[in-house]
Design a protein around this ligand. Structure first.
Ligand SMILES: [Zn+2]
Length: 280
């Protein structure tokens, strides 16, 4: 007769004391904040979980685990353990995937990369994955780090700002007037509205409208519809960059409810150079 085996305590006890395994994420470093004398709080945008925050214990002093790795704009593979708080992870280690070193070789590239990082920080909720937004950011940083002139840099930024709207659920409607539905082809003097897209001259203007050059609506439409690699070759004409960046900056400020100072700095790169921005 078979007797039931006595309950085994060994494996159960082993399970009870087993440490959680670190999880690995592919992530872009958005921001670093020092905590106390030696720790660093690292805001990341990961492919797997979207935005998350990791605490690098001893991050300021650690030569072994984090030396040269924790820099804004670095693309890392990070190992994270769940922390005691739901929204805070413990950063155990990191490996460099891409440094985007070229960004640090020209201050203008760095200024145009600023909004890429700031918007992922401000526009994405924690633990809400948007892998296509990460791909878009990485593609933009890769383009920026090779860009030789300010028009190329600003084009990359305008394309990023326009496409990120769609990725985060705030897509612009550019094919017809938001108010009356008149198709773009019949709109001679378009306006762009902070209500979310094209407005035609026949509809009453609102304080949310910006008069823009006709070519801007078409270029933004291309920025929204093209796929890589064609997207990587799209450049806006220099005359469209300032109105485009201006409108998208206002739009993103409205969407996020934040001032987004990095966008003002990027805008100041473009001629005509203002002596002082009105918002300051
Ligand atoms: Zn209309």
């Amino acid at each position: 007769m078979n007797r039931p085996a006595p309950p085994s305590r060994g494996p159960a006890m082993t399970r009870a004391v087993a440490l959680p395994e670190p999880r690995r994420f592919s992530a872009l470093v958005l921001r670093l904040r020092p905590v106390g004398e030696s720790d660093i709080m690292v805001d990341l945008f990961s492919r797997e979980l979207g935005r998350l925050t990791g605490l690098a214990k001893g991050g300021k002093r650690s030569q072994k685990r984090f030396f040269g790795l924790l820099l804004a704009g670095h693309h890392l593979e990070v190992s994270l353990l769940p922390g005691r708080r739901d929204d805070l992870w413990l950063l155990q280690g990191a490996r460099l995937i891409a440094s985007h070193l070229g960004l640090r070789q020209d201050y203008r590239r760095l200024l145009c990369a600023g909004p890429v990082l700031e918007l992922l920080l401000r526009a994405a909720a924690p633990h809400d994955p948007h892998p296509r937004a990460l791909d878009l950011a990485l593609m933009t940083l890769a383009r920026l780090e090779r860009a030789e002139d300010v028009h190329e840099m600003a084009s990359a930024l305008v394309i990023f700002l326009a496409r990120l709207l769609g990725e985060m659920g705030y897509g612009l409607g550019l094919e017809s007037c938001l108010h009356c539905g008149r198709p773009l082809a019949q709109v001679a003097a378009p306006r762009l509205s902070l209500a979310g897209g094209l407005a035609c001259p026949q509809c009453p203007p609102t304080p949310h409208d910006r008069q823009v050059p006709p070519g801007l609506v078409k270029s933004l439409g291309s920025a929204l519809s093209l796929e890589p690699p064609a997207l990587g070759r799209l450049s806006l004409s220099p005359a469209l960059l300032r109105p485009g960046l201006g409108f998208l900056s206002d739009f993103w400020r409205q969407v996020t409810g934040h001032d987004l100072p990095s966008l003002g700095l990027a805008l100041d790169l473009l001629p005509p150079f203002p002596s002082r921005r009105k918002t300051l």
